[in-house]
Write a protein that binds this ligand. Structure first.
Ligand SMILES: Nc1ncnc2c1ncn2[C@@H]1O[C@H](COP(=O)(O)OP(=O)(O)O)[C@@H](O)[C@H]1O
Ligand SMILES: CC(=O)N[C@@H](CCC(=O)OP(=O)(O)O)C(=O)O
Length: 303
């Protein structure tokens, strides 16, 4: 079935064309990761917020996990500071962590919450510290050089997800709220950790047994060396593409978490071009999709 939601002018038209898909996804959890690079155009931001509200209105359960790396960079720059990235991860000192918490848990989280609410939703903003939503521990990174020697890299207060408090999210969903989660975790001592938002989205999707994980970004999908979107990826192929440099930077944690999520039980994960108007709706309510799909049944889905 082929739909053109982009041409649907009214909510009623959208609902009519999307009905079979609505029925298929009804009552299912869709985790949408909204990357900082996708938050650059006010029109697209509104389109994203409208899509999320519409999903909730028709009976799906969107859960938003957001990034905001470029927004953190901007404030650091204004403060005359910089931070390095290693394989897409920001090296986070204690004082960088303060800025990260201020931007991700503060301005970015609240602007997404108000935009969704402005479009009629009931968004509620959380960081992983609220009700210990995201338990984290320090991320240990090991790098191997060309001679095969490994060394540990200290990324500071960069964390990985240990667990997600599913009950809190289910309670919010059940009360008709749309959770909007900033990628900050907390350990048993109350220390904050900066976690790559893709990794948080993947783990949230896994703990919630989500139907779909949608990673919105600023590129059409995963590209090969020729610049074409790759339509099927296996763990082996991904490892090769990272090894030969075809996949680099922020795409490394993104593709890794998409793979981990589907292997961990999420039905499908998709890397979606957030620059396309109504990207979220098009992905769910059409057969074409708008990015790189990775589904649980890797062999058959990706052949
Ligand atoms: N093979 C690849 N295919 C697509 N994008 C890639 C690839 N390798 C590296 N990238 C980079 O990864 C970026 C997406 O990651 P990132 O900037 O972290 O996005 P976001 O902020 O949306 O999480 C792309 O804009 C692109 O520059
Ligand atoms: C450890 C680490 O790198 N954390 C990220 C968290 C934000 C993020 O992931 O934002 P995007 O999704 O917009 O890239 C950072 O500090 O930039």
């Amino acid at each position: 079935m082929s739909l053109n939601l982009a041409q649907a002018k009214t909510t009623a038209q959208v609902l009519t064309t999307a009905l079979p898909y609505i029925q298929r996804f009804e009552d299912k959890i869709i985790v949408v990761k909204y990357g900082g690079n996708a938050m650059t155009d006010p029109e697209l931001e509104s389109s994203f917020a409208r899509d999320v509200v519409l999903l909730k209105t028709v009976g799906l359960h969107p859960v938003v996990v957001h990034g905001g790396g470029p927004q953190v960079d901007n404030l650091l720059k204004e403060l005359g500071r910089e931070s390095d990235r290693i394989d897409g991860m920001r090296v986070t000192t204690k004082s960088t962590m303060d800025v990260v918490e201020m931007v991700l848990g503060g301005s970015v989280n609240k602007s997404i919450v108000s935009l969704i609410n402005k479009h009629g939703g009931r968004a509620i903003g959380l960081t992983g510290k609220d009700a210990n939503l995201i338990r984290a521990k320090k991320l240990l990174m090991t790098k191997t050089d060309e001679q095969g020697n490994s060394s540990d890299i200290d990324l500071g207060f960069v964390g990985e997800v240990v667990s997600v408090n599913k009950d809190v999210i289910m309670m919010l969903i059940g009360s008709n709220f749309i959770p909007v989660i900033a990628p900050i975790g907390v350990d048993n001592e109350g220390n904050s950790y900066n976690i790559n938002a893709d990794l948080v989205a993947g783990k949230v999707a896994e703990f919630l047994h989500a139907e779909k994980l949608m990673l919105l970004t600023n590129i059409k999908g995963v590209m090969n060396k020729e610049g074409n979107v790759v339509t099927g990826l296996t763990p082996k192929k991904v490892a090769e593409m990272i090894e030969d440099g075809t996949i680099s930077g922020g795409m490394i944690p993104k593709i890794q978490c998409a793979l981990d999520a589907v292997l961990g039980g999420v039905k499908s994960a998709v890397i979606v071009d957030g620059r396309v108007p109504n990207a979220t709706l098009l992905e769910i309510f059409t057969n074409e999709g708008v990015g790189t799909l990775i589904s649980r049944d890797l062999d058959s889905a990706l052949s």
